[in-house]
Structures are given as structure tokens and as C-alpha cells.
Design a protein around this ligand. Structure first.
Ligand SMILES: Cc1ncc(COP(=O)(O)O)c(C=O)c1O
Length: 437
């Protein structure tokens, strides 16, 4: 196979140089570094699908509010630890209008990206009860959250939800929760990497079991409203962003501005802790952190120690974006629908060239088109598929990286430009001619 768009020697040289022993296990950042080298030497522009970064300009209303805030002098002033008042109010209102969930402004806390929010919440959740020292990840999932567990020295377990959709999820979850060592459950919805969305039935099961076993649900809504099968931009009217909050009061919601407002650079997010959990007192938190209430401990012990709040001007940006969305003036979902349109075209190109979509259904429904999709090719492991695609100038990450049991890749559509679709089609056709049976 010497007719590949990228010389195989170049790919192999940099895999060696970066000491990547197994491409199937390489981290996203390693793949990014690898492709940068290969692109430069081969002079071939890759179809880059490895990084989950926004591919759209930042929401204007946020940028304008942030510039105003800076010009008015906020840079010299420490913001309150638990967030500026307008942001807390607007976050709570946004959650009410787009999720139909009530969380007090007091329990809506800005964090430096959802990354910081999950770090703080998982740290505290891991200490609420000395018997419950383990977090359960409903995988596939976002690899950096596992890294957070490693950094904290916390234990975790995980399973791939692929074979446990619908009612089957109940017994699977109970097999873990009944052990008595689980303090929290984590999942993203829509899901990074597979773009599956939990059905109402599944959210209900998770919620009921969280209450039954006294476990905290960490619901990561990094892709809030981005299940484009329904139009979720109707402030104050259904359909709403589905949530476990309808089925339990043991939850923390993470709403990141990174993807929904294309605001990743400013590292702004909201952690919304249910009112019940916010006020709940845990004896073991007193022992570990010196204070009993869950919410207070997260904010005044952990976030205080981590960064003492988040960038003052970014808080004004978040407040303005939430407000404009809630006022019906900023249809943030319409702005990101381009990801779904691109995903549809790209998925069709893969499928018509011998690939299959790995995670393809929610219940009986085909999954939505969105920020990510998953692909496999018959007879190839994820690692083999990735290496082979690199010769064709196409990059992604393997599903094995994300806690999936499936062989295949996660493709992110955000950085692929429409004017690259022709190249993608040609490369996939050639790939399939060379490997197809
Ligand atoms: C599922 C998930 N959670 C969290 C994050 C990180 O969000 P933030 O940029 O707010 O830290 C991402 C970013 O890719 C993500 O995909």
C-alpha cells in the first residue's frame, strides 16, 4: 500500500520519536503532538478529529460583557468566593428555564471550567463517608476526570454502558452500588465520546438508585442542549434539557461555557449543587476538612484553597450569556447546530466507505448528530484503525482511551472544515479500496 497520502515512514518515525508504545492507548495530547509533527514533515493537511475544542467564534454577548467589566476596573478586585451575585442569579434562572429544575442562586457556584468543578466536587464526595471511598464512572467518558481521580489518589470503578442501556442499567448499577463503597456516579449527557444521550428511563433509574443507595450523581452537561433531535431552545417551555435532577435530589450539575458558548479559553462554568445536598451535613467532612455542610465545604474549603474563585471578568461574561439566553435574545443552541450538520455529512462519508457507527442508538432511536461520533472498521482494533487512518491523513482518538470496551475511534467534528469534506471523501474511498474485502 504505497499509494497512501502520507508516507508510512514519516508516521512511524514520529511514533518512535514520541515513544508512543501503543497508539491505542496514547493520550489526546500525545496524538495532537504526533499529528503536528507529521503534518509539518509530510506537508499534508490532516482531517483532524482528535481534539474536542470549539470550532466556532466565542459568543459575542460574553466577549462584550467581559470587555466592559475589564474597562470598569474589575481586574483589581477579588470576586466573592462563591461568585458574583448577577451570575448566581442568572445561572439559577437559566437552569429553571432550560431544565425546569429549581436550584437556589446560593448553590450555583462558578468554577474555572467544569474541570475545576468536578475536581472539587469529587474530592468532597470522596470524603463524605469513610466506607464510601470509590467513584463509579458510567463510561465511555471524558478521560481527564479519571486523571483527576489519579491526582487525588481516589479510587474509581467504571463500566461501558453499551450493553446496559434501558432497564438493563438498573441491575448493572445495583451490582456496584450494593457493595456499599460507592460515593458518587459520573456521566456526561450528551456523552463525550459516544454522543449517546441518556433516555428519561435511564435518568430515572440513575436517580432512583442514587436516592436508594445515598450516592451523589455528578451530571456533566458540557454539551447542554446539544441533542439536536429536539429543539431545546425554548426558554421556560418544554422540551427541556433532560436531567437526573427530575428523579433525585442527590445531584451536582456541571454546566460549562466552553462548548455551548464557544468560550473554552476563559475557563468558565457553573457547578449547581442541589439545595438538599448543599445544606446536608456530613460528620466525616468535619473530620477531613473541618466543616460539615457539603456546599460550604466545596466552596469555602476546597475552591478557596484551589483558586479562591474564578476570573472576575469571566463571571460577567457568563452572567451576560445566561441572561441573554434566558431572555430569548441569544439562541446559543442554534449557533452550535453547525456541529450536528457537519456530523451528519461526515458520518455518511464514513459509513458509505465501509465504516460503522459504534454507539448508534438511544433506546430505539438513532443517536443524534453532534459534536462527536464513533466509528469502527471491520477486522481492525481501535489502535490499528488509528494507525492506518494516519497514513490517509485522518486523525482521531481510540475509544479504549475513554473506558469503552469497543474497538473503534472517537471522531470530533469541530475542527474539520467543510472545505475538507472532499479530501475526507477521497481519503476514505482510497482507504476502503485498500482495506475493503
Ligand atoms: C464531558 C466533558 N466534561 C468536561 C469538559 C471540560 O469542560 P471545561 O472546559 O468547562 O473544563 C469537557 C471538555 O471537553 C467534556 O467533554
Amino acid at each position: 500500500m504505497n499509494n497512501t497520502p502520507v508516507q508510512q515512514e514519516i508516521v512511524k518515525k514520529y511514533i518512535d520519536q514520541l515513544q508512543i508504545k501503543d497508539l491505542g492507548k496514547a493520550s489526546i495530547r500525545e496524538i495532537v503532538a504526533l499529528i503536528n509533527f507529521i503534518e509539518e514533515e509530510s506537508k499534508t493537511k490532516f482531517i483532524r478529529m482528535e481534539m474536542g475544542v470549539p470550532g466556532l467564534p466565542p459568543a459575542k454577548v460574553g466577549v462584550a460583557a467581559e470587555i466592559n467589566a475589564l474597562e470598569s476596573g474589575v481586574a483589581s478586585i477579588y470576586p466573592m468566593m462563591d461568585g458574583i451575585k448577577p451570575l448566581k442569579y442568572e445561572a439559577s434562572r437559566f437552569i429553571k428555564l432550560f431544565m425546569d429544575v429549581d436550584v437556589e442562586p446560593a448553590s450555583c457556584i462558578p468554577t474555572c471550567g467544569s474541570m475545576q468543578g468536578t475536581f472539587a466536587a469529587l474530592l468532597v464526595a470522596g470524603n463524605v463517608d469513610s466506607q464510601k471511598n470509590t467513584t463509579l464512572f458510567i463510561d465511555p467518558g471524558f478521560p481527564v476526570q479519571k486523571q483527576q481521580m489519579t491526582v487525588m489518589g481516589h479510587k474509581y470503578e467504571s463500566f461501558d454502558v453499551f450493553d446496559f442501556r434501558g432497564e438493563k442499567l438498573r441491575a448493572k448499577l445495583e451490582s456496584y452500588l450494593s457493595q456499599g463503597n460507592i460515593n458518587s456516579m459520573v456521566y456526561s449527557n450528551p456523552n463525550n465520546p459516544s454522543w449517546i444521550c441518556m433516555t428519561e428511563e435511564e435518568l430515572q433509574i440513575i436517580g432512583e438508585l442514587a436516592t436508594k443507595y445515598d450516592v451523589i450523581v455528578m451530571e456533566d452537561l458540557a454539551y447542554f442542549g446539544m441533542d439536536f433531535r429536539k429543539d431545546l431552545y425554548t426558554p421556560g417551555k418544554p422540551p427541556y434539557q433532560p436531567s437526573v435532577a427530575k428523579y433525585t435530589d442527590h445531584y451536582v450539575l456541571f454546566i460549562s461555557a466552553s462548548k455551548i458558548f464557544s468560550y473554552a479559553g476563559q475557563r468558565g462554568a457553573i457547578m449547581a449543587i442541589s439545595d438538599a445536598l448543599w445544606n446536608r451535613q456530613y460528620e466525616n467532612l468535619q473530620v477531613r476538612f473541618g466543616s460539615k455542610p457539603f456546599g460550604f465545604t466545596i466552596v469555602m474549603q476546597v475552591l478557596y484553597a484551589l483558586s479562591s474563585g474564578i476570573t472576575h471578568s469571566t463571571q460577567h461574561a457568563l452572567a451576560a450569556m445566561f441572561k441573554a439566553a434566558s431572555d430569548g435574545e441569544f439562541n446559543f443552541i442554534e449557533d452550535v447546530k453547525e456541529y450536528g450538520r457537519k456530523a451528519k455529512i461526515m458520518k455518511d462519508l464514513f459509513v458509505s466507505n465501509g465504516f460503522q457507527v459504534v454507539y448508534e442508538k438511544d433506546g430505539d432511536e438513532p443517536i443524534a448528530d453532534g459534536f462527536y461520533f464513533t466509528i469502527g472498521y471491520p477486522g481492525m482494533t481501535g489502535g490499528e484503525l488509528l494507525e492506518n487512518l494516519l497514513y490517509y491523513g485522518i486523525s482521531a482518538i481510540t475509544l479504549k482511551n475513554t473506558g469503552s470496551e469497543k474497538e473503534g475511534l472517537r471522531a470530533c467534528v469541530s475542527h474539520v472544515k467543510r472545505d475538507q469534506f472532499d479530501d475526507l471523501e477521497k481519503r476514505l474511498r482510497l482507504f476502503n479500496e485498500n482495506f475493503g474485502h
